[in-house]
Design a protein around this ligand. Sequence first.
Ligand SMILES: Nc1nc2c(c(=O)[nH]1)N(C=O)[C@@H](CNc1ccc(C(=O)N[C@@H](CCC(=O)O)C(=O)O)cc1)CN2
Ligand SMILES: Nc1ncnc2c1ncn2[C@@H]1O[C@H](COP(=O)(O)OP(=O)(O)OP(=O)(O)O)[C@@H](O)[C@H]1O
Length: 219
Amino acid sequence: MTDNRDDEGPAQYASPPCFMHELDPAYQVPLSDWSDVRRWRKAERERLIGARLAVSADARAAMSVRIAESLDALIGDIAGRMVSLYWPFRGEPDLRGWMASINARGGRTALPVVVEKGQPLVFRAYVPGDRLEKGVWNIPIPAEGEPVLPDIVISPVVGIDPGNYRLGYGGGFYDRTLAALPFRPLVIGVGYELQRIPTIYPQPHDIPMSEVVTEAAGA
Ligand SMILES: Nc1nc2c(c(=O)[nH]1)N(C=O)[C@@H](CNc1ccc(C(=O)N[C@@H](CCC(=O)O)C(=O)O)cc1)CN2
Ligand SMILES: Nc1ncnc2c1ncn2[C@@H]1O[C@H](COP(=O)(O)OP(=O)(O)OP(=O)(O)O)[C@@H](O)[C@H]1O
């Protein structure tokens, strides 16, 4: 360009620099490219799983009890409901005691099974004490439970944002599963307050959860 006088006076930019982070420290530059988002999600997963595992097992157990109480307050009468839970790993809230109490109150429970990477999960009926076997990534799965469709899905989060968007382990399983179910169940994300983040940079495939429950009061 002929009128571009780089050698005269202060440089001119096409747009001013953004100082939003000085007004709001939580503000992050939007990531628009999926490969940037994927890289960011990978690093954020590692950070959040590390932060969760840094909390003592006793503190996590106490938070799990609070989460179970809030789930009961949110759901109400559980009799006749089919609830999918999960076998906890990497410091996820341990809701196995609550799973037993659902069955004691006339509800039914199931666990997710990875049939194949890149495919939706299936849910198999499971009652505490039923036989388990090792599934993909060595996650325990029911050895012989019948396939079921849950009307309540309890989904453990790695990260959670204010739009109820969930960051998981990166397999895309819950999003694929919810997209494939014949009806939309009540989806409740569970995690700890430390897993709240300003955004997960939601993408078209990300499906927000109906509710989020943590150890904080007032679910
Ligand atoms: N307790 C529990 N069980 C669950 C889930 C969960 O979030 N929690 N799932 C919820 O979906 C499914 C399993 N999802 C998983 C997805 C990825 C990895 C995993 O280890 N992935 C690799 C890298 C993945 C990739 O990028 O391809 C890794 O981290 O090394 C593990 C479990 C079903 N069972
Ligand atoms: N409904 C879908 N159909 C096809 N691909 C999908 C669908 N949902 C997610 N994916 C793909 O799955 C991959 C992982 O997605 P994402 O980063 O959202 O995983 P995640 O929610 O953290 O993992 P998970 O649910 O297993 O805990 C992405 O490549 C995404 O495109």
